[in-house]
Design a protein around this ligand. Structure first.
Ligand SMILES: Nc1ncnc2c1ncn2[C@@H]1O[C@H](COP(=O)(O)OP(=O)(O)OP(=O)(O)O)[C@@H](O)[C@H]1O
Length: 324
């Protein structure tokens, strides 16, 4: 079967979401979302519990009927009659994948392959790809949480999907398994596969997504690369100055002469830690250069995705995100 989904960035995006809403009674699970994901992107979707991430995934997969708006996958509507064929080339790992304890790992993959119309010969290599070749004959009741999660990922890989939807795929995975998981994603990306991924582990996504969207209360609150989001948020930089104890006072004084109250300065065992607005960066670096050999070392740190996430202004809880 030939893919209907383009492998690389082109005029037709892998996914296009136009003005989509889905309400459950008073709960606006998804509320006027517009989004475009290009072919071959690894795209992160983050947000608090109940923000609407899983609902948006299900709408994109055609598993939940749209309330309003339109979603196109490879240019074809999820409402269209041709979407059944497109869905065969989509992979989905739900947040809670349902598995049958009495089946073995290999039997489970065969079951999913049949459902999807995928080649059964893919099952054994796919098990190997997720590091479960050794456990293929064991019943799932003997699988650990991480093994079940790997198996869930394996079923999403069946049928050589061109777009993968992974809802909290690294839940329960150990650090090595998380690394292995992302290296599989990179291999897929190199082949032009588009990946959408949700996770609450923001440090993990930070280095691994091309772009991401922050959702809250069913809406996209911010969208872009991690660096673009930092800039949009005007997230401060952290600058560490390593100084001897007797030079800390002089450095503090020099900093106060910059006349930027927004620079927050804190003593550390190594010297000083500054929280510095982006626009003051060059002035601080100039000042640091002026300290000459008194400055033993300097390091500059961008704010984390977690800082950016909290900067976007999240509702305190699901209740805040729900009915309006
Ligand atoms: N079938 C449903 N019926 C009623 N309400 C629903 C249904 N599915 C989702 N919701 C509600 O829609 C909102 C968004 O839920 P969703 O599962 O999309 O959030 P999420 O961002 O994936 O959350 P989490 O991070 O906890 O997985 C929540 O308020 C949820 O209770």
């Amino acid at each position: 079967m030939t893919s209907t989904i383009p492998a690389h960035k082109g005029p037709t995006p892998a996914i296009e979401v136009r003005g989509v809403s889905k309400h459950y009674g008073a709960v606006h699970a998804v509320d006027g979302v517009d989004l475009r994901v290009e072919g071959g992107e690894i795209f992160g979707l983050i947000g608090h519990n109940g923000a609407g991430k899983s609902t948006l995934f299900k709408l994109m997969l055609g598993l939940t009927p749209l309330g309003s708006g339109e979603i196109l996958i490879a240019g074809g509507s999820v409402r269209g009659s041709g979407f059944r064929a497109t869905r065969r080339r989509l992979g989905y790992l739900p947040e809670n994948v349902v598995l049958y304890d009495n089946l073995s790992g290999l039997e489970t993959l065969r079951f999913f392959a049949k459902l999807k119309g995928a080649d059964l010969r893919q099952c054994a290599p796919t098990l190997e790809r997720v590091g479960l070749a050794h456990a293929g004959a064991r019943p799932l009741r003997e699988y650990s949480k991480g093994m079940r999660q790997r198996l869930g990922f394996a079923q999403a890989l069946l049928g050589e999907p061109r777009v993968l939807f992974l809802d909290e795929p690294t839940n329960g995975l150990d650090p090595q398994a998380i690394r292995d998981f992302y290296s599989v994603l990179q291999e897929l990306q190199a082949k032009g596969v588009t990946v959408l991924i949700t996770s609450h582990i923001l440090a993990e996504l930070q280095q691994r997504v091309d772009r991401l969207a922050i959702m809250a209360a069913g809406r996209i609150q911010a969208l872009g690369t991690v660096q673009a989001l930092r800039e949009q948020q005007q997230a401060p930089l952290r600058i560490e100055l390593h100084l001897s104890e007797q030079d800390v006072g002089a450095a503090r004084q020099a900093l106060s002469l910059l006349g930027t109250e927004a620079i927050v300065c804190r003593g550390t065992p190594q010297g000083l830690s500054l929280s510095c607005p982006r626009e003051a960066k060059m002035a601080v670096l100039g000042l640091a250069a002026g300290l000459g050999s008194r400055l033993r070392d300097l390091s500059l740190h961008e704010s984390s995705l977690e800082d950016v996430f909290f900067g976007v202004g999240q509702p305190a809880n699901e209740a805040a995100a729900g009915g309006r």
